[in-house]
Design a protein around this ligand. Structure first.
Ligand code: GRG
Length: 299
């Protein structure tokens, strides 16, 4: 894959920065609810690529605006993402033992704490994002960003997509239904990430629509790549079990189209995302490179 200059080095710097920001906003492990705070922080501190906070900040940088204001949102979106992973791994859903290279939260803290810690993380994400008002009281961009986050992760976004996924487990699926699931369970959170960054950076309505379309395409490409990695990568590389789609009898882009064609479609979606962002006539070379990388990623 072609990239400008020191993409890998820059990605590392930006991931490290996101890591520092996230850790600043985690709940304190103290008081009677200490165990739940530990369960929340266990998975939050297990690593992960931190793509969503990095995308959020880089999209804000595309427009300009106060980078400090992005910080509670960078932490908040990673909390929402981590909540979805903790709950996805529960026995009632995928029943997985490993995530981010460690035992899953319910394996370490028990199923009840997995449910509670995951729910508390989702709530804490909003407690955290609302704290942006301490930095900018009454700021209208913050209100719009929180609203986008709530809408993109609820019934008409990530959770809605996940519910359709769960309902159709083991059933044959059309491409249309599979796309609905991927556009919601995976792409909606990437849309939230880039759109909140754009809104906090001061994007206009038309610009926000372009960012949404770009993120939707990236999200679909990202999930197709996830399907491919499930059959081509090792559990060490991913830090989670592989061949889980086969185990769960899931229809994926790989089962529908085969690995090569799935990879081609991911590349095509990624090129479409780049084309949407180019229409903005704004410059962030790193963001463009990151988007291309996400469709061809190896972990
Ligand atoms: C509320 C019971 C309950 C469940 C919620 C919403 C939800 C469960 C799950 C979301 C669905 C999901 C896990 C989609 C997969 C998206 C995806 C490819 C996640 C992996 O993201 P990466 O690769 O992970 O960025 P890291 O660990 O690097 O952050």
């Amino acid at each position: 894959m072609e990239h400008y200059g020191n993409f890998k080095e820059e990605l590392k710097q930006k991931t490290d920065h996101a890591e520092k920001v996230i850790r600043l906003w985690l709940p304190k492990e103290e008081g009677f609810a200490k165990t739940m705070a530990e369960a929340m922080n266990y998975s939050m501190c297990a690593g992960g690529k931190r793509l969503r906070p990095v995308l959020l900040l880089e999209t804000l940088r595309l427009f300009g605006g106060d980078e400090k204001l992005a910080e509670p949102f960078m932490a908040g979106i990673e909390m929402i993402h981590t909540h979805s992973l903790i709950h996805d791994d529960l026995p009632a859903i995928d029943n997985d033992d490993y995530r981010r290279g460690r035992l899953t939260t319910h394996k370490v803290y028990g199923e009840a704490m997995g449910v509670l810690g995951g729910a508390a993380l989702l709530n804490y994400a909003y407690e955290t994002m609302f704290r942006a008002f301490e930095l900018a009281p009454g700021n209208e961009r913050v209100i719009r960003a929180v609203r986008i986050m709530a809408e993109k992760t609820g019934i008409y976004g990530m959770l809605g997509g996940q519910s359709v996924d769960v309902e159709n487990d083991g059933k044959p699926l059309t491409k249309e239904l599979l796309d609905y699931i991927y556009e919601h369970k995976t792409a909606a959170l990437l849309e939230a990430s880039m759109m909140t960054g754009a809104v906090l950076g001061g994007a206009e309505k038309e610009e926000l629509a372009l960012v949404e379309s770009a993120a939707s395409n990236i999200g679909l490409a990202f999930q197709i790549r996830d399907d491919i990695l499930d059959v081509t990568a090792t559990s060490q590389e991913l830090g989670k079990p592989v061949h889980s789609d086969e185990k769960n009898n899931k229809v994926t882009y790989v089962t529908l189209f085969g690995i090569e064609e799935a990879a081609r479609q991911a590349e095509e979606l990624s090129a479409r995302a780049v084309a949407y962002l180019e229409k903005l006539n704004r410059k962030n070379e790193f963001l463009m490179a990151l988007i291309k990388e996400m469709a061809g990623r190896r972990k």
